[in-house]
Design a protein around this ligand. Structure first.
Ligand code: 5AD
Ligand code: SF4
Length: 471
């Protein structure tokens, strides 16, 4: 066994947590920690948790129980195990975790992980440490960058957090409490990180933020840049052929961002635009600050800017006071929009949020029944969207080994998984593919062999997609 200490990070929840987990590993690298995929092999275990719905937090407590056995067995050995709980449950519950789970040595929130080396030293000295302040310092600036090797190992697609936190205070959501106020990272910092990723061979970057389209920063020209301008600057970075962003709030889709969808070939034709519900009464109670009709009008403007765009959304059923008529309004909105993919959830009262204090909570069986109806419709729409790509010619970025020997797995511009018979050398490349088969969750394609297509996904990728996409 090598002398290097090992850290095992388990990630729950959203893509921002995936990004944060990598940053934690980066923060520990200078301390001599290598990352491991084997829990049993770890000196330090970090559970990077999610608090968005009840089940997510409960999963963490049962995982702590399992790890405790391993930790106890190691207690008297030369390699004791340290157990840390990070992320949004850590932020929301803090001390409560220490009470409920004596095996935990360290609890720290999403705004403290740049201080991980120091926190670990304190925990190593025998203290049980809880760190859940929301500091104002720039954690990103304090974090070391991943080495080129590490970035490469993580793959040809990468996440990049550009904005964090939320000031919207939807009445169902814990994020404003767990992630704090809305903050955008400075443009120069974002561009630096993107260039580093591109230099290491990353081809596709997904910009992350709880409210990513509210992004704003001071550009090199001194002007205030929104997400649209930032996307233009990112598209100019050689090697970054594909850009995506998530998650957006309908109120923050500005004209510049819409124009970016029209003008930038690198910006993929896929938009995650949660609406949550279709009834104006419920939207009001949720404090979403828009109506169903305003959302529909927005969808029309987006489709006018980029006709082949695929829309995805999030939905909550059973928000307090939701009647059968309210729920039908959600179904109607879904029918009108036609989603390519979506996530839908039963409302889960989160402690400390205004929704949890409302009287009219919807019974569990009603929520389950509505969720089943909604999911049946959404899955029908997803299948219809996939089926519309049969025979289409599209660019695929190959990003992992395929399901079967001799195949590679990639993504379509619309984020669909595509399996293709292709040589391993094409890993990390974008190639033109014709879709021969479609399933509910993925497509099967064949390389067209058109070497003229061996280019970054560019203008003609879009023409091909439009020509074939409506087949
Ligand atoms: N209950 C159920 N779903 C929720 N979401 C956020 N908070 C809750 C909650 N309390 C869903 C929303 C959001 C997604 C990330 O999770 O749909 O867009
Ligand atoms: Fe979970 Fe939301 Fe926190 Fe992401 S930001 S980890 S979804 S609670």
């Amino acid at each position: 066994m090598s002398d290097a200490k090992k850290v095992f990070v388990r990630t729950y929840g959203c893509q921002m947590n995936v990004y944060d987990s990598d940053r934690m590993t980066d923060a520990l690298a200078p301390e001599g920690y290598a990352s491991t995929d084997t829990l049993e092999d770890a000196d330090l275990v970090i559970l990077n948790t999610c608090h968005i719905r009840e089940k997510a937090a409960e999963k963490v407590y049962s995982e702590i129980g399992r790890i405790r056995k391993l930790k106890d067995a190691r207690a008297e050995t030369a390699r004791p195990m340290t157990l840390a709980v990070a992320g949004c449950v850590a932020q929301a519950e803090g001390e409560e975790i220490m009470h409920r789970a004596p095996a935990v040595d360290l609890v720290f929130g999403p705004q403290s992980y740049h201080r991980l080396p120091e926190l670990l030293k304190r925990a190593g000295a025998g203290d049980r440490v809880v760190e859940t302040d929301l500091p104002t310092e720039d954690k990103f600036k304090a974090l070391p960058a991943a080495s080129r090797e590490v970035t490469l190992k993580r793959g040809v697609t990468a996440f990049l957090t550009v904005q964090e936190g939320c000031d919207k205070f939807c009445t169902f959501c814990v994020v404003p409490y767990t992630r704090g106020a809305e903050v955008s990272r400075p443009i120069a910092q974002v561009l630096d990180e993107a260039r580093r990723l591109a230099d290491a061979g990353v081809r596709e970057v997904t910009l992350l933020g709880q409210n990513v389209n509210a992004y704003h920063g001071k550009g090199p020209d001194g002007a205030d840049w929104g997400l649209g301008r930032l996307l233009h600057a990112l598209a100019d970075i050689p090697g970054l052929d594909r850009l995506r962003y998530t998650t957006s709030h309908p109120r923050d889709m500005d004209d510049e961002l819409m124009a970016a969808h029209r003008d930038l070939d690198a910006l993929m034709p896929y938009l995650h635009l949660p609406v949550q519900a279709g009834s104006d009464r419920i939207l009001g109670m949720m404090n979403r600050k828009h109506t169903a009709a305003e959302y529909m009008a927005l969808v029309e403007r987006i489709r006018a800017a980029r006709p082949d765009i695929a829309l995805s959304g999030d939905f909550i059923v059973g928000f307090p006071g939701e009647t059968e008529d309210d729920f039908r309004a959600t179904m109607k909105l879904v029918e009108e929009v036609g989603y390519a993919s979506a996530f839908s959830f039963k409302y889960s009262p989160r402690p400390g949020t205004p929704g949890a204090a409302l009287d009219d909570q919807v019974p569990e069986e009603v929520k389950s029944e509505r969720l089943a109806r909604l999911q049946a419709l959404l899955s029908q729409q997803q299948q219809a969207f996939n089926a519309s790509k049969r025979g289409a010619v599209m660019d695929v970025l190959f990003e992992k080994p395929g399901r079967f020997e001799g195949q590679l797995g990639g993504r379509s511009p619309w984020l669909q998984a595509v399996h293709v018979e292709a040589p391993a050398e094409l890993f990390g490349e974008i190639r033109q593919v014709v879709i021969e088969d479609v399933g509910p969750n993925s497509l099967v394609g064949r390389l067209t062999g058109d070497e003229a297509a061996a280019r970054p996904s560019g203008a003609d990728g879009r023409v091909a997609a439009e020509a074939g996409g409506r087949a």
